[in-house]
Design a protein around this ligand. Structure first.
Ligand code: SAM
Length: 265
């Protein structure tokens, strides 16, 4: 497994990698999914799987008696702790461990959030992550996660080499390499099958970064203040369009990543 490589990567870039327009486009969908799933509910225990620097941890804390924030990168965990302390959040327990083998009790969790490339990073043991998630969830509990989609629109239009690798992986996702780290992509059928095999019933999917990914790479991965007002406006417009098409039955499959909710049977 690449766990050590991934941990070392996030130890170095943990608090800087997600400032670009690409990652900023994820924030509104994350907030809207968290709002939708928590509407009118109070949870006993939520888990932030691959919490990174704790961006979602602080959003989840007010919704539950306890949030357990898990990550393999010590430096990211320290930053998550500092972020929670700065926000006066006191109900978070931090676990430095791999999401492949959680130390949480079976059936002890109401909901799991895992946003950003977390499960896709575990490209050789993601099924085990789905099984571990199902094990720790109580029946009726949910896994809300983000994974890489195979047939990303940007790749289809602009990246013949990756497109060839994707075609070669017949019926399943290929590995998409992001900054030297391989990420598992999924076809729709494969993802639904893997979740079902773990005892998780998919109930919703939406795409993130569909049309927004068509920005030139230097703009997409650029910082908002450095790309100029024109590109910022185009980015806003494309994000607005993405919000509309993200839930269309078929269109979300062209997204760079998809937000999935699956319920423990
Ligand atoms: C893209 S970041 C996402 C962080 C956070 N959820 C966010 O959206 O800001 C991915 C995180 O997953 C963590 N991660 C990757 N593989 C892991 C594993 N096997 N066990 C625990 N954490 C892992 C990394 O250390 C990193 O902090």
């Amino acid at each position: 497994m690449d766990e050590r490589k991934v941990a070392a990567f996030y130890d170095v870039v943990g608090n800087t990698y997600d400032q670009s327009l690409y990652f900023l486009a994820c924030e509104a969908p994350y907030r809207s999914e968290i709002r939708r799933l928590s509407a009118g509910r109070r949870f006993r225990r939520l888990v932030d799987l691959g919490c990174g620097t704790g961006k979602q941890t602080v959003m989840l804390a007010p919704l539950a008696d306890e949030v357990v924030a898990v990550d393999i990168s010590p430096s990211s965990l320290q930053q998550a702790e500092a972020r929670c302390a700065g926000a006066n959040v006191r109900n978070v327990r931090f676990l430095h461990e791999s999401i492949v083998a959680l130390s949480l009790e079976s059936g002890s969790v109401d909901g799991i959030f895992s946003y950003g490339d977390v499960i896709s990073h575990v490209h050789d043991a993601y099924r085990q992550v789905f099984r571990e998630s199902a094990r720790v969830l109580r029946p009726g509990g949910f896994l809300a996660c983000e994974v890489d989609g195979k047939w990303e629109l940007d790749m289809l239009l602009h990246d013949p080499q990756e497109r060839a690798r994707a075609r070669a992986a017949r019926g399943v996702g290929h590995l998409r390499v992001w900054r030297d780290i391989p990420c598992k992509t999924f076809t729709d059928r494969e993802l639904r099958g893997d979740l079902a095999a773990a005892g998780l019933r998919p109930v919703s999917m939406r795409g993130v970064n569909i049309l927004h990914c068509l920005l030139p790479p230097s703009v997409l991965m650029g910082l908002p203040h450095s790309v100029g007002a024109g590109w910022r406006a185009i980015s806003t417009a494309l994000r607005g369009l993405d919000a509309v098409v993200a839930r269309l039955p078929w269109f979300y499959r062209l997204a760079s990543t998809r937000l999935v909710v699956a319920v423990r049977e």
